[in-house]
Design a protein around this ligand. Structure first.
Ligand code: PEP
Ligand code: MN
Length: 363
């Protein structure tokens, strides 16, 4: 066979490739049309019965030279690519995605805006234990110009024998003290039936790491207007985290703040591993504000300042830290909460780093 012949055959192959591509593209757009109709009807897009039917028909018409298995394999790849296309398409349409909304969501909490480009601080005890305890912390927050106070009233504890929180009484304490010191309150809710009640007491409903995929809780939080701070699950991927946020936003509550709080790894020197890459990933992928909880990430006090600096340098909109007047006797997380002088120093160190504005001056 002459070189000229090979050249001609290759040209033929090139043009067949282009024809195949154009047929595959045409096929893909029909698949998408079907998917759109199915989405409107609320039925699932992947239909294994239909896939089997198509493969059987292809094999029936196969006259070679490909073996039947080769034909099945080739077309399965085509089907898979089409399905992937639909997945990408639905991701593009996530409400929490930047592709859906380019501008940052800013959550306004009293005089503080979370997500407006100026970082802020959320601080307070792990658990609400008494009015005196919360008041002591509130005073320290006020002195440092911090307006967002956290405190757990419903505590999701690993052991049922551990302190479970003061419940509604804890919410009442938080509200009373917060009003006295003009603070905004963030507190965790663990049950869908308590969401309505919580809206009477708190400014932000926290959904904890252990409940990130409690879908009924997410839906209940999506049905109210109170902003939600959603913590990343102990082993949740970015995709799972954003889908959890989507549960809330898709119900109409657009005021969602994402919180990276460390993930479980094999490392034992920290309670969790702060996944710092989560911050720029979430900021890139989503328009929602991102908070980094340095306390639960580290589970120890000595590295909170560098972790907070890292979070701010990575683009976090806020840093969360647990503060207790006397951590040694705290009813939860005694080993990781910082006392008030340490909190004052924490704030001083962050201001000095230039990564954080001086809240006191702007008071
Ligand atoms: C908390 O912030 O009080 C808490 C329990 O944290 P997490 O859900 O991240 O463990
Ligand atoms: Mn805690």
């Amino acid at each position: 066979m002459s070189d000229a012949n090979v050249k001609q055959l290759r040209e033929e192959l090139d043009s067949i490739n282009l024809e195949l591509l154009s047929l595959l593209s045409k096929r893909a757009s029909i698949v998408q049309e079907i998917a759109d109709i199915k989405t409107k009807q609320g039925v699932t897009k992947f239909d294994p019965e239909r896939e089997k039917e198509m493969l059987d028909r292809l094999v029936e018409h196969n006259e070679g030279p490909f073996e039947n298995d080769a034909v099945r394999h080739l077309f399965k790849q085509i089907f898979k690519a089409s399905l992937q296309l639909q997945k990408d398409d639905s991701k593009k349409h996530l409400l929490v995605s930047r592709k859906k909304q380019a501008e940052d969501t800013v959550v306004t909490l009293g005089s503080t805006q979370v997500g407006n480009g100026t970082p802020t601080i959320v601080a307070g005890p792990c658990s609400v234990e008494s009015e005196e305890q919360v008041r002591a912390v509130a005073k320290a927050l006020k002195n440092n110009g911090v307006t967002l106070m956290r405190g757990g009233a419903f505590k999701p504890r690993t052991s049922p024998y551990d302190f479970q929180g003061l419940g509604v009484e804890g919410l009442e304490i938080l509200r009373r003290v917060a009003d006295e010191y003009e603070l905004q309150v963030i507190s965790e809710i663990v049950s869908p039936s308590d969401i309505e009640l919580a809206t009477k007491y708190v400014d932000v409903i926290q959904i904890g790491a252990r409940n990130m995929q409690n879908f009924e809780l997410l839906k209940a939080a999506g049905n109210v207007n109170t902003p939600v701070l959603l913590k990343r699950g102990l082993s949740a991927t970015m995709e799972e985290f954003l889908h959890a946020a989507e549960y809330i936003v898709s119900r109409g509550n657009k005021n969602v703040i994402l919180c990276e709080r460390g993930i479980r790894t094999y490392e034992k020197w920290t309670r969790n591993t702060l996944d710092i890459s989560a911050v720029p990933l979430l900021k890139n992928e989503s328009h929602l504000p991102v908070v980094v909880d340095v306390t639960h990430s580290a589970g120890r006090r000595d590295i909170l300042v560098p972790l907070a600096k890292a979070a701010l340098a990575a683009g976090a909109d806020a840093v969360m830290v647990e503060v207790h007047p006397n951590p040694a006797v705290a009813l939860s997380d005694a080993q990781q909460q910082i006392d008030i002088p340490t909190f004052d120093q924490f704030m001083t160190d962050l201001h000095a780093s230039k990564l954080f504005p001086s809240l006191v001056e702007s008071k």
